[in-house]
Design a protein around this ligand. Structure first.
Ligand code: ATP
Ligand code: MG
Length: 390
């Protein structure tokens, strides 16, 4: 069957002056996601991107990939018909069978961008409505609140008909809102945080801290796998892997145990900020949620934020764990996140971390050792590589 896809813009349809730029970015993102699936023709009109295959393609796979592209509110799969009324009817009726057999009410919406087509839109609506009624006599027309809306559109080169709309990923296109450096662990939260920022148009770079031999190669592979799963939504991720062992050992040796976690997190932030600057990212992102664990109290966050000069965004800050888990399942990272591998953060976790650390105490404790050369060394020896799904 000769099918095509229509992507209906979400919020970006309202962007006024910026709409063109947003659209250009959306088209680019879409093309990247469809890479390897075949040749397509792209055209745009009325806040819709029309994607027509130019050869045999796996339309289900294309739809699945495009359902993860931000900036799209709805996706319609349509059947392409020759531009004569008879052809439209003979193609549309069988094509719409699944949708019409399960519905009680419907209406037809017609649009003509080719004004030379002999039937005007109201006539087309009436005729096609009547033909559908005679093929599916138990249906009735409801123009106000139909269960199924059959859309027929007459374009310059072809016509198409559709009745299916599935939800798109929502949000705005990745690449329209700057770039972030996401602190990505192997847990449940940080992949969700990355997804949420990408949904608002932000390009995601990621930094992961590992502490071999305390953390294993398997633990790192798990995080890479998470980045790959995220990239179905975010697009390619520039992944940075920082070796953190030496710094952690020195914190353990030189700083008070109860402040271990907070000092470690401050140094992570410092390293992440330097990598962010190198990659021209404008902010840091973490998966923290207030009160979730001892290191995520407001006091602790004040102390970590003081260690860096660019904004730290925490998109999960007000969410319950159950809400985060729900998104994690939806985006497909949950099953990987719960694989039991160690994280560098938990390697030296103190028995009694301070939940109300004071910045001046933390700064004084951290000043017991000059971490600067180690921080710079960690930045310089960071390995960066691209992780992507397609
Ligand atoms: P997550 O599920 O994202 O691991 P968490 O609830 O386990 O979060 P923490 O371990 O306290 O919480 O980590 C808080 C945040 O710090 C994480 O969401 C992540 O952004 C960052 N983080 C923790 N460990 C690492 C790591 N090894 N590399 C990079 N970032 C990390
Ligand atoms: Mg964690």
């Amino acid at each position: 069957m000769n099918e095509m896809l229509l992507l209906k813009y979400g919020e970006m349809a309202l962007k006024g002056q910026n709409k063109k730029t947003f659209e250009d970015i959306l088209v680019k993102n879409t093309k990247r996601r469809l890479k390897g699936l075949g040749k397509f023709e792209y055209s745009r009109a009325q806040s819709t991107l029309y994607i027509k295959p130019l050869e045999e393609v796996d339309i289900e796979l294309a739809t699945e990939r495009l359902s993860k592209v931000f900036g799209v509110a709805k996706i319609c799969k349509a059947v392409i018909c020759k531009k004569s009324y008879d052809k439209i009817v003979s193609t549309a009726l069988p094509y719409l069978e699944d949708a019409l057999l399960t519905a009680k009410t419907f209406k037809v919406e017609a649009r003509r961008s080719d004004k030379s087509f002999p039937m005007k839109s109201p006539e087309l609506q009436r005729e096609l409505g009547a033909d559908i009624l005679s093929a599916y006599p138990y249906l009735s027309v409801d123009v106000h609140n139909p269960e199924v809306t059959v859309t027929v559109e007459i374009r310059e080169e072809y016509a198409f008909v559709h009745a299916y709309k599935i939800n798109g990923a929502g949000g705005i296109p990745v690449g329209t809102s700057g770039k972030a450096m996401l602190l990505l662990s192997g847990g449940i939260d940080s992949p969700v945080a990355g997804y949420m920022m990408a949904k608002r148009g932000v390009i995601i770079d990621a930094v992961h801290f590992e502490a071999p031999p305390y953390t294993s190669e398997r633990a790192k592979i798990k995080v890479e796998k998470l980045a790959k799963l995220m990239s179905e939504y975010t697009g390619a991720i520039n992944f940075h892997c920082v070796e953190f062992t030496k710094i952690q050992e020195i914190i353990k040796e030189k700083c008070p145990e109860e402040l271990f976690t907070i000092i470690m997190r401050r140094i992570m932030m410092e390293i992440a900020e330097r990598l962010a600057k190198k990659e021209e990212a404008n902010c840091l992102v973490t998966g923290e949620s207030i009160g979730q664990v001892a290191s995520q109290t407001m006091y602790a966050m004040v102390c970590t934020d003081a260690a860096c000069s660019i904004p730290v965004f925490r998109p999960l800050i007000g969410m319950d764990k159950t809400e985060i888990v729900e998104i994690s399942r939806k985006i497909g990272t949950y099953e990987t996140s719960i694989e039991p591998y160690e994280d560098c953060c938990t390697v030296f976790t103190p028995k009694h971390p301070k939940t109300r650390p004071q910045l001046k105490d933390v700064e004084a404790a951290q000043a017991a050792y000059d971490f600067e050369p180690l921080i710079q060394e960690a930045v310089n020896s960071t390995k960066a590589y691209i992780i992507k799904s397609y």
